[in-house]
Design a protein around this ligand. Structure first.
Ligand SMILES: [Zn+2]
Length: 422
């Protein structure tokens, strides 16, 4: 069989690294037992990981009668990944290490009003700045994970969104990945912001114990990142989880996507702000508006929190509609946890938690079998950028995982999935 000559190198490397990472200081013997790999393979892989600086030797385990065993531990700062979240109102950059710790963070103006070429140049300048700030040795940076508002062509590295009048219309088909690689000289991986956020939530701790969960991500649009059986579910073309384009009114207005009565038409930040403007024009809401939807939504959220009945009602009705979508999502995938993340929840989170929580308790089909937990992200603004950095770190460490990065529950940190081969 042809497989007999196939070296297990990358699979073994990924698995050994994950074991060292998840179990803390451990010995070669323990690694062989836990992995099922031979001592000789473990010895070779460990030698390679030590050579690459990904792990280090940290003393010896107490003797149990035989030879003392040298302990190995992950060197978290040996590799760093840059995560970039491309947003209309803000571009967020983070640098994180192998343990998922954020080493540096910065926020710049959003891509709204920029051409894709201008945005790539701006991102490249910011990357240079943050890398200089975070790493004394740029060689530790493995690459850039770029989280973008979907839909995307992940394999070819561009956004495909071509909805008429959409903010991102000019970006459709622009070779984003290739241009950013050219501008920075680094390797770039692209992903949907909601999927990146779902991975980020695992590292942030909200989804630590859930094998199946969804991250409902609201920025300019509404999306969902799905993690099923511990692995991000992307669908055939990395466009799963378009929560904003499920219909909540079959006879409603036609959405630019072609569907009717899409959730996003009624419950996206711009739809909410438009409603607030109408109320303000009618004299029912005392609020000043800017040209920044995110900021306006933040102001509306603050008013609602402080007890303004009109602001609260606008947000409550939008949250009720989002809840309709979320109940459908839960019914379709039987997830045990929903995490709300994205800049739109920064000051509105508590209103959404209440409305969505009530809907899940009232209507989720699985509620009599298991509770469906609902949480607000620990970092609504940064989860997607962090997840993007994690994805590029994992891809770099184990090239065989380029299409199968997983976040195995229970190990304490996301892992690279391992295909032991036939
Ligand atoms: Zn639609």
């Amino acid at each position: 069989m042809a497989t007999a000559s196939k070296p297990p190198r990358f699979g073994a490397r990924g698995r050994v690294l994950e074991l060292i990472r998840s179990t803390g200081p451990t010995s070669r013997t323990e690694l062989a037992v836990a992995s099922g790999l031979t001592q000789a393979t473990i010895s070779n892989v460990v030698k390679e990981l030590l050579h690459d600086g990904l792990i280090g030797e940290v003393g010896q385990a107490a003797s149990t009668g035989g030879k003392r065993r040298t302990l190995l531990r992950l060197s978290p700062d040996s590799r760093l990944g840059v995560g970039v979240l491309l947003g209309a109102e803000a571009i967020t950059l983070v640098v994180c290490n192998l343990a998922g710790e954020m080493v540096s963070r910065m926020k710049t103006v959003g891509a709204k009003g920029m051409t894709p070429q201008e945005a790539v140049a701006a991102i490249a300048r910011s990357v240079e700045f943050i890398v200089e700030d975070a790493a004394d040795d740029a060689g530790r940076i493995v690459g850039i994970g770029l989280a973008v508002p979907g839909p995307i062509d992940r394999d070819n590295g561009f956004m495909t969104r071509a909805l008429k009048g959409d903010l991102w219309e000019a970006w459709a088909g622009f070779p984003l990945l290739a241009e950013l690689e050219k501008a920075t000289g680094m390797s770039v991986a692209i992903d949907n912001d909601a999927t990146a956020a779902a991975v980020g939530e695992y590292w942030l701790g909200a989804a630590e114990e859930a094998a199946a969960y969804a991250c409902v991500y609201m920025s300019a649009g509404i999306g969902a990142g799905l993690v099923l059986d511990g692995t991000p579910y992307r669908g055939v073309s990395s466009n799963a989880g378009e929560l904003g384009h499920i219909s909540v009114d079959a006879s409603g207005p036609t959405c630019p996507c072609g569907n009717r009565g899409c959730l996003e038409l009624f419950a996206s930040p711009s739809a909410i702000v438009s409603k607030a403007k109408l109320e303000a024009a009618a004299g029912n809401l005392d609020m000043a508006f800017t040209s920044n939807i995110e900021e306006d939504l933040g102001r509306l959220g603050m008013l609602g929190m402080r007890g303004d009945a009109v602001a609260h009602e606008i947000l409550r009705s939008a949250a009720d509609l989002l809840a309709v979508g979320i109940v459908s999502l839960v019914n379709l995938f039987d997830v045990g946890l929903i995490v709300l993340s994205g800049p739109a929840f920064v000051s509105t989170g508590s209103i959404y938690l209440e409305q969505v929580g009530q809907a899940l308790a009232r209507a989720a089909l699985s509620r009599s079998v298991h509770p469906v937990k609902l949480e607000l992200s620990f970092s609504t603004r940064d989860s997607a950028a962090l997840g993007a950095a994690v994805l590029v770190l994992q891809e770099e460490l184990d090239p065989r995982t380029r299409r199968s990065v997983s976040v195995s529950a229970g190990s304490g940190i996301p892992s690279v999935s391992w295909d032991p081969g036939p």
